[in-house]
Design a protein around this ligand. Structure first.
Ligand SMILES: NC(=O)c1ccc[n+]([C@@H]2O[C@H](COP(=O)([O-])OP(=O)(O)OC[C@H]3O[C@@H](n4cnc5c(N)ncnc54)[C@H](OP(=O)(O)O)[C@@H]3O)[C@@H](O)[C@H]2O)c1
Length: 331
């Protein structure tokens, strides 16, 4: 039986550690793992799948050893430099950074939405942005059944989306310390500022959501706008998604459609105060959809409130699901 060799790059970060956890839960058959970090964490030990692993320092030689797959979760600079080296050495990279997402030669994959794109890969598969992933999971069945005419995103994003440094800003800020990651204290605050500002006045995070949604839904001209906001919660992003559909709909049918679509859990009973919550989504892989109601201000308008664990479905679990699909395709 062939054993797949898998590298996890950035295995000590928030996403990397979540990848290890998801891999333990998924237990892909016949895989062996090597865990990489920067010099800072290299040499430290972690217990993974019941074995003690020593974290290896990532160097230019690391991919001289053959790996079948690598999950990269060490940020854009590392991906830009090392993912092409890995790919050239015959390794298929599943990359969590934004570096390759809009490259026309790189599939941008959410397994519930466009798994068929995996077979087009030429060495690198991109994992979309966390806020995009949880949005397109419910948007895909709506697009397939009713057609999407326009989308308005407003996000409420957890500090873990900014890595370990984001969590530290919230925790240390609660003790009265100055922020190091965010430009202002995130304590008792909402910052309408995620990633850098671009010349058009949008942030890079907002443009990622717009461009990645278009690519994943294969609608390059779809009108979309977005406002991305950092909120003082540790984990799980919330999103208000306002969508105009091409065809008229019945709300009951929309709820049934979403409930029966892969990866979605509809939590929507206002009489019982049932709606998606970060505290319920935490630690799970589902995309929670609720507050499903008509936007009465436009024809065929629909409002959704969507919550998911940004470290799991928004990053680690989506990457592991892509890996599992790749292994399946080999059979
Ligand atoms: N957080 C999220 O919700 C989220 C969601 C989707 C995508 N992403 C993306 O996933 C990536 C990782 O994010 P994160 O939140 O996990 O960040 P993080 O908590 O800051 O972790 C960064 C990881 O990268 C490693 N690293 C840094 N420089 C390195 C180098 N030169 N060589 C090798 N490893 C290096 C770090 O190792 P040390 O321990 O040695 O420092 C650590 O393991 C980013 O591209 C991010 O945009 C994050």
């Amino acid at each position: 039986m062939y054993h797949h060799k898998i590298a996890i790059v950035g295995s000590t970060g928030l996403v990397g550690r979540t990848v290890l956890k998801v891999l333990e839960e998924t237990s892909l058959p016949h895989c062996t793992y090597t865990l990489f970090s920067s010099a800072k964490s290299a040499g430290t030990k972690v217990t993974f799948m019941g074995t003690t692993y020593v974290i290896c320092k990532l160097t230019e030689d690391s991919f001289h050893e053959h790996f079948d797959y690598a999950i990269f979760c060490a940020g854009g600079t590392v991906s830009k430099k090392y993912a092409p080296i890995a790919a050239t050495n015959g390794c298929t990279v599943i990359d969590n950074s934004s570096v390759f997402r809009m490259d026309p030669n790189v599939p941008l994959v959410v397994p519930e939405v466009n798994p068929e794109k995996i077979k087009d890969q030429k060495g690198i598969i991109a994992n979309p942005n966390c806020s995009t992933i949880q949005a397109v999971v419910p948007l895909k069945p709506l697009e397939d059944t009713y057609g999407i005419k326009r989308i308005v995103y407003s996000t409420y994003q957890a500090v873990s989306g900014a890595g370990r440094a984001g969590i530290l800003d919230l925790e240390n800020g609660r003790e009265g310390n100055e922020p190091k990651k965010f430009p202002y204290s995130i304590v008792d605050n909402c910052l309408p500022h995620i990633d850098v500002f671009l010349p058009n006045g949008y942030t890079k995070e907002e443009m990622k959501m717009i461009n990645e949604t278009r690519k994943i839904l294969a609608k390059p001209n779809l009108p979309i706008t977005a406002t991305a906001v950092r909120v003082p919660i540790k984990n799980c992003h919330g999103e208000s998604i306002n969508v105009e559909l091409e065809k008229d709909f019945d709300l009951y049918d929309i709820k049934q459609l979403l409930q029966n679509s892969p990866g979605i859990l509809v939590v929507d009973d206002p009489d019982k105060n049932y709606y998606p919550l970060a505290t319920k989504a935490e630690g799970t892989d589902d995309v929670y959809v609720g507050r499903i109601r008509r936007d009465e201000s436009v024809p065929n308008g629909l409002n959704l409130w969507v919550v998911a664990d940004n470290l799991r479905k928004g990053a680690a679990s989506n990457a592991v699901q892509i890996l599992a699909k790749c292994l399946e395709l080999e059979k």
